[in-house]
Design a protein around this ligand. Structure first.
Ligand SMILES: [Fe+2]
Length: 378
């Protein structure tokens, strides 16, 4: 882990823009909507900047039908490959368009660090600009030592946001980069934005990776992360008139124990909505009664074609039992749908993929609690 800390301690990654023309690809997608735009950093001159925030989402969605993310995986992979450490990469990174004077619409990213926003310390961030970024249009960051010191002072002394912002502004520096470069930092680096007074829009992506055995906290392998160079999600196909579809919920797993039925159901309902089917009959486990007894029954019931469940974490934490349940489903030709990950178990390869994600790390510790303990606050 120390190796990754040094590779991501405010370091710069360089890549060849003639081989990986990310900016060109993004510009192409933008031009599909706004043909008059010739440069990403002047895009605000051609549209109402309130539309720019949603344009980021649209462009990002459309990039999935190009080779953008294949190339992005390659660039990240090249940077970390010498470590020999296995990583997962964020499934849906964010592409952000930051126009000049974003403070006028109340959209200045406050200073924060990863562990405050659900990230375990086994995550590392790749921040890549697609326009030249400098001064106030870039992200502002602090050195690691001072970030750690400020974080501890802020928690120990219960600072308010204003105090945190003011102190961070004393130590921050802008990440000055151009296309062909990315900035790398850990979940302990404090960072944020200030009002952009450069009259140039900044376009960037922020993408997190998770190292093998790393602390992941609220960013689950499978839903938040996928394996590098691989897409595991599948588009489901249902025939409602001829197939038996059911859904299943439980509270036995370490990740599902505190997720009440309403929230589990919402995820499955959204999956059904996207697949264009009605929400099916809901089975459930009897909490505390013979663990996963009902799922055992369901995967043996050959009248069933599909079982929809919230997540790969709805399967038991016991690896042997989990594999046994998946094998029974496969041999009985019952498809298991994991709605949070958009994964479908149909064959042995799918089973291996589920196991790869479930076994990627078992570090379920909490970085927020860790820090409170370190400061003797618990
Ligand atoms: Fe952040």
């Amino acid at each position: 882990m120390h190796l990754f800390h040094s590779l991501f301690d405010n370091k710069t990654l360089d890549y060849d823009t003639s081989e990986y023309d990310f900016s060109g690809l993004i510009l192409q997608q933008v031009q599909n909507h706004y043909p008059e735009v010739t440069q990403l950093d002047t895009i605000h001159e051609y549209m109402d900047t309130s539309k720019l925030f949603s344009l980021g989402h649209t462009v990002n969605r459309e990039l999935y039908s190009t080779n953008f993310y294949q190339m992005f995986d390659e660039v990240v992979s090249n940077y970390v490959s010498d470590t020999g450490i296995d990583i997962l990469i964020q499934r849906f990174p964010s592409i952000r368009f930051l126009p000049p004077n974003q403070d006028k619409s109340g959209r200045v990213l406050q200073f924060h660090q990863g562990r405050w926003v659900g990230n375990g310390l086994g995550l590392y961030t790749v921040w890549m600009p697609f326009t030249e970024c400098f001064d106030s249009n870039s992200m502002q960051i602090l050195d690691l030592d001072i970030s750690r010191e400020i974080t501890r002072d802020a928690i120990r002394d219960n600072w308010d946001y204003e105090t945190l912002e003011n102190i961070c502004k004393k130590y921050m520096w802008p990440i000055n980069l151009k296309p062909g470069q990315a900035h790398l930092f850990t979940q302990e680096h404090l960072h944020g934005n200030i009002p952009n007074r450069t009259n140039k829009t900044r376009v960037s992506i922020d993408c997190r990776i998770l190292v093998r055995d790393g602390q992941f906290h609220r960013k689950w392998p499978g839903s938040y992360f996928r394996p590098l160079n691989r897409i595991l999600s599948k588009k489901p196909k249902f025939n409602e008139s001829s197939e038996n579809i059911v859904t299943y919920a439980e509270y036995e797993g370490s990740k599902t124990h505190n997720l009440d039925l309403h929230y589990q159901t919402l995820l499955v309902k959204d999956y059904c909505r996207r697949a264009g089917i009605t929400f099916p009959y809901q089975h459930g486990e009897n909490e505390g009664f013979n663990r996963l007894n009902n799922l055992e029954n369901l995967v043996k019931d050959t009248t069933i074609d599909h079982i929809l469940m919230m997540s790969i974490y709805s399967l038991t934490d016991n690896p042997e039992h989990r594999v046994d349940i998946m094998r029974k489903a496969i041999s009985n030709n019952i498809k298991l749908h994991f709605c949070n990950e958009d994964m479908i178990l149909e064959n042995e390869q799918d089973l291996e993929d589920v196991e790869y994600l479930r076994n990627f790390t078992t570090d379920t510790s909490d970085p927020v609690v860790q820090l409170q303990k370190e400061l003797n606050l618990l």
